[in-house]
Design a protein around this ligand. Sequence first.
Ligand SMILES: CC(C)(COP(=O)(O)OP(=O)(O)OC[C@H]1O[C@@H](n2cnc3c(N)ncnc32)[C@H](O)[C@@H]1OP(=O)(O)O)[C@@H](O)C(=O)NCCC(=O)NCCS
Length: 169
Amino acid sequence: MNTLFETERLLLRTMQADDLDAVYEIWGSPEVMKYCGGASTKSQIQRSIEFYRRLQNEKGYSVYTVLLKETSSIIGVCGFNPAENEHEVELLYHFNQHCWGKGYAAEAAAGCVAALRKNSPNVRKMIAAVDPANPASGKVLRKIGMTAAGMKWFEDTQQEELCYEMELA
Ligand SMILES: CC(C)(COP(=O)(O)OP(=O)(O)OC[C@H]1O[C@@H](n2cnc3c(N)ncnc32)[C@H](O)[C@@H]1OP(=O)(O)O)[C@@H](O)C(=O)NCCC(=O)NCCS
């Protein structure tokens, strides 16, 4: 089943197989993914799209494709990964570099949080981790009401990151 919701300027929907080329412009870009584990290959992205379709069906939340209403073009991805604790999710947002600085990330993230509150009442907390060298990302999190909870070491990125959180229940 395709999930669809909207904000003032954006449409968010379940990822689909033919999003591959547009999503590759985002997850395949070393510049966009500089602070987020690096760029992915097309076949990795294909598997991610399948994963996020399954996640939506299994959990009722996921990472979504973000489209600009005005042009119907895909400008980003935004949504949630499962966290270690089953009552928590991790917020993620990556946008095409051409679209930075227009407030789209904060608008999309706020829309995802509203949908999560409505559709997944069992999720009680949202978390996010930010590379301290990426101030724009921390700004997005503070704009949507998340608060900094301290630094934590991450094995995958091999560095300390600033953790943000927000209670949902
Ligand atoms: C981080 C990212 C999602 C922000 O997207 P965006 O649509 O430009 O975000 P917004 O416009 O909603 O807000 C960004 C804010 O950060 C500010 N900002 C941008 N670059 C900045 C910088 N270098 N230092 C400080 N603030 C900065 C902007 O001015 C804006 O604040 P404002 O609304 O008060 O002016 C986007 O840059 C991106 O996709 N980056 C690559 C992926 C990424 O880092 N994802 C997050 C963590 S993995």
